[in-house]
Ligand binder design. Structure first.
Ligand SMILES: [Mn+2]
Length: 358
């Protein structure tokens, strides 16, 4: 297991590389470019620059999260071929600088969604929360409009209110796309890129949909064991793998996370693990918590033990943290609570390791 830490870059993150280096074990960096429009190729010059910045701070860059997939690829439009060519170029350039894993997702229109970004927990910390009964009443267009006037509103990464016209058009284009069609479009994408991944030794790791169920009538397919089984067979190559996100898949309690880790891990298809906890309030209603088992609903020992039992050699990172100790940062991505997450997950790993040696 190789511990990592997500970093949004010098311009977009309140956390510095120098701070990350002082987290016990100096986790390596999960990075990305944030100034390249979705669909464009990531140039060798830009990715080399990112790598240099990370290495100058004494850290490594081997995982990218995310290289986003252009909507036309998910929609299966004729224009997808041009975007797939760009994607291949990004893979090749990332391979050249030593990147081993690319995390991506295949969620139509919207990325992850929460209904509250700073819910106050009993101890005074703040965490993100989700309540499906609120989402059911939402109209996505209205929601984006609201974002302009209500800074405490919903977060829709990538859907700033100025893109409203585009949002309406995109939603219209999805009218004919059901789960089957979306699977077909994912297959087409993977059939095209996986040979390049094999050639340059870069593994693809799809992130589950968050939350793992349909939103606003849009299809979502990276949601459960059955669909993940289907997904890894779309192109039967170890380069077609998963980011096993305990929080995203786990928000459906029917997804047994340790069991999924054992199943897909022993197939060699988990390349990246996002490990976090959350607390269920009721069905499809939860808030995020610290990583500690007793603060949430998951048994983190069982999760780490599953990774240990399969001899996991891929990358792991703590996922969303709470906002604690007065920190002001990007929701879910402050320094303090995620650093505590690293220490805790490393502690569990060391204990499991030593227990087995005795
Ligand atoms: Mn995740």
């Amino acid at each position: 297991m190789k511990m990592t830490f997500r970093w949004f870059g010098e311009k977009d993150d309140s956390v510095t590389l120098e701070q990350i280096r002082q987290i016990p074990g100096s986790p390596s960096i999960v990075g990305a470019l944030y100034d390249v429009p979705v669909g464009d190729a990531w140039s060798l010059e830009k990715v080399q620059e990112l790598k240099n910045t990370v290495e100058k701070a004494g850290l490594k860059l081997e995982v990218i999260e995310s290289v986003n997939v252009h909507e036309d690829i998910k929609l299966g439009l004729p224009s997808r071929d041009k975007y797939i060519e760009n994607y291949k170029e990004s893979i090749r350039n990332l391979g050249k600088i030593g990147v081993k894993v690319i995390c991506y997702n295949f969620m139509p229109v919207f990325d992850w969604l929460r209904t509250e970004l700073a819910m106050k927990l009993e101890d005074g910390s703040e965490a993100m929360a989700y309540d499906d009964s609120i989402v059911q009443k939402l109209d996505p267009v209205k929601m984006v409009e609201d974002m302009a006037t209500n800074s405490n509103g919903y977060v829709l990464p990538g859907w700033e209110p100025y893109r409203l016209k585009e949002l309406k058009d995109t939603l219209e284009k999805y009218k004919d796309i059901d789960e089957e069609k979306l699977f077909e479009n994912l297959k087409y994408f993977l059939e095209n890129i996986i040979p390049v991944c094999e050639e340059v030794d870069v593994k693809m790791a799809i992130h589950p949909d968050d939350p793992p169920w349909s939103l606003f009538g849009l299809p979502r397919i990276v949601t459960n064991k059955e669909n993940l089984n289907r997904l890894v067979k779309l192109v039967d190559s170890p380069y077609n793998g998963l980011t096993l996100c305990s929080g995203s898949l786990g928000s459906n309690p029917k997804n047994n996370i340790p069991e999924l880790i054992r199943h897909f891990g022993s197939m060699g298809r988990i390349h990246f693990g996002h490990v976090r906890n959350l607390k269920f309030v009721s069905d499809k209603k939860f808030h995020e918590s610290s990583h500690l088992s007793s603060d949430g609903s998951f048994d983190m020992f069982e999760i780490m033990k599953a990774y240990h039992d399969i001899g996991f050699e891929g990358y792991i990172r703590p996922d969303h943290g709470r906002m604690i100790w007065g920190e002001k940062a990007r929701p879910g991505y402050g320094l303090y609570d995620r650093a505590l997450g690293v220490a805790y997950l490393n502690g569990l790993w060391e204990a499991i390791d030593n227990m087995k040696k005795q």
